[in-house]
Write a protein that binds this ligand. Structure first.
Ligand SMILES: Nc1ncnc2c1ncn2[C@@H]1O[C@H](COP(=O)(O)OP(=O)(O)OP(=O)(O)O)[C@@H](O)[C@H]1O
Length: 236
């Protein structure tokens, strides 16, 4: 897929295959194109060219059917402030034909104490938790999450990954972006490394770690190493 915003070439030709039932990480430095890629996969952005198949279906042709079968949490939760948690969950759930049991979602995400609170009274952590719950109301086959752990406290991050692994255990496919290499290495089955809108590497975290032998999270180092790998023709 290719995607530009005016003169900015955000996605410069990425080809990917994501396997059913895996936690697939999209990792890269700030501004590398992670959000754009996730938004293209969800259908919020339209690619300038390229093809997308989700769940074996052409994403253009079967957009309506696919909307029912995917869930997503974007970086900006943009939930309406003056609605209670319980109400927003019920509202979003009403949009879908297939529905996951709400009590089960509430229990999985420990939302019970917050159900009667207004969104505006929640901390950022809990707003994100509600946004995550909304991504699950239709019991989706694929769940897309754009930097869900960003800004979360360590305990909340651990809980998030525990829940994602539980969902993987149910056979769900999870596509999750992060700018933290360490996080991707610890939790993802496979990782796509995006730099400057290009796919630099796509492999297991172990293999990526082997190829990039630097202290993780050192983005400048990562760019340097990727450049040298590219010279040696070793990138994806
Ligand atoms: N709506 C937009 N209009 C113009 N340029 C955009 C728009 N959205 C993103 N960009 C640009 O496209 C490039 C990729 O941005 P994108 O948000 O996809 O990257 P990212 O890896 O998700 O970054 P971050 O980690 O900061 O969220 C950047 O140069 C960004 O400035």
């Amino acid at each position: 897929m290719l995607k530009s915003y005016g003169m900015i070439r955000a996605i410069r030709g990425i080809t990917l295959r994501i396997h059913r039932g895996e936690i697939f990480g999209v990792i890269g430095p700030r501004g590398s194109g992670k959000t754009t890629l996730i938004e293209l996969l969800i259908g919020i952005q339209k690619a300038d060219s390229g093809q997308l198949h989700l769940l074996g279906m052409d994403a253009d042709k079967y957009a309506d059917q696919l909307k029912q079968r995917i869930g997503f949490q974007l970086q900006d939760t943009s939930l309406h402030d003056r609605i209670k948690v319980k109400e927003v969950l019920q509202l979003f759930r009403s949009y879908y034909k297939k529905k996951r049991n709400l009590n089960e979602i509430i229990s999985m995400l420990a939302l019970q104490p917050y159900l009667n609170q207004y969104v505006m009274d929640l901390t950022e952590n809990w707003k994100q938790r509600v946004a995550f719950a909304l991504a699950l109301v239709n019991d989706p086959d694929i769940i897309f999450l754009d930097e869900p752990s960003s800004g979360l406290e360590p305990q909340a991050q651990t809980e998030l990954w525990t829940i994602l692994k539980r969902l993987r255990g149910e056979g769900k496919t999870i596509v999750v972006s992060t700018s933290q290499m360490e996080e991707a290495q610890q939790h993802c089955d496979r990782v796509a490394l995006i730099v400057g809108g290009e796919l630099s590497l796509c492999n297991t975290p172990q293999e990526i770690k082997r190829k990039l032998s630097f202290g993780i999270n050192e983005v400048d180092q990562m760019n340097l190493q990727l450049t040298s790998l590219r010279w040696r023709g070793e990138t994806a």
